[in-house]
Design a protein around this ligand. Sequence first.
Ligand SMILES: Cc1ncc(COP(=O)(O)O)c(C=O)c1O
Length: 357
Amino acid sequence: MHKKLFIPGPTEVAPDVLQKMATPMIGHRSKDASALQRDISDKMRQVMYTQNPIILSTSSGSGLMEGSIRSLTAKRAIVFSVGAFGNRWFKVAEANNVPADKHETEWGKATTPEVVDKYLSTGKYDVFTITHNETSTGIMNPVEEIAEVRRKYPDVLWLVDSVSSLAGAKIEVDRLGIDVCITSSQKALALPPGLAVASVSKRALEYGKRVKYRGWYLDILEIYKYIETKDHQYHATPSLSHMFALTYQLDRILAEGLDARFARHKSMAEFTRAWAKKYFALYPEEQHASQTLTTITNTRNIVVADLNKELAKVGMQISNGYGDLKEKTFRIAHMGELTLDDVKQVTAAIEQILKLR
Ligand SMILES: Cc1ncc(COP(=O)(O)O)c(C=O)c1O
């Protein structure tokens, strides 16, 4: 039996979207391939509220996290971390010999605009990174407020990991001034894993020229060069199957309506948060709790693996905590294709299995 996924990726994929992955192949140097990428870009720009070029990478989101920090940092990057995925970005920088520092906030709390201001005011950095939605702690960082302080530092590039939030929460890339905004196919976009998507500002593409060793496969400038000069093609063979599914899925997303989609996610988040507070406790500080997943403190010391065994019998699966939070928390994701009814169903099932009252 298929288990409905309430885990923070991979998420449920609608059957008709899945079917599009089986579209017969076309040549990746064909006019049809160019048209496909152009079409995806036009629709992604709407979802991301940007005029910036869109690039795809046949990798998961980590690929573009690596590609962006490596190919755009000429001087030094400051990575603001609020959990496991912020720490990953720093690790990626170190592994690529990219000069970088990390500021790690106490887990469960958000990155504050003040701390961003403090680091950027030193003049040491030409790149800073923010995790929009930290999937381990369930924090959604206040990018609106961070954008305010960032305006004081227009020469510093802003890279955002919106892997587990884009298409489930509104991120107005151009209004906020985000230079690179990255997501993965298997989260709120609700596609199978294997494709990463990013918007890249013209400024980032210009700044990147200062970096000598940018790698090749994940070099943002190399990827963009083919978009620009080869009519929206790629330097290496892309996952056309994902592209067929993505263009179709973007039509579904736009047909739902972006505001309606974000409101659906908000209502699922509010419900799950209230439920978490009633029976357990919320792990992140509430004013910065995520709109796409809820990280719940395991106050009853439940064994999540056992709970999942029982949930499997009724065709559902939730997630244990991530990394250091493995046993201390568990997570219910509410993103992509899921609805408020789905969330009510999974929480009711948990109440019944654990005999909560
Ligand atoms: C916030 C965040 N950043 C980065 C990643 C890494 O993305 P991927 O697994 O697509 O490489 C994840 C994956 O769960 C994530 O949740």
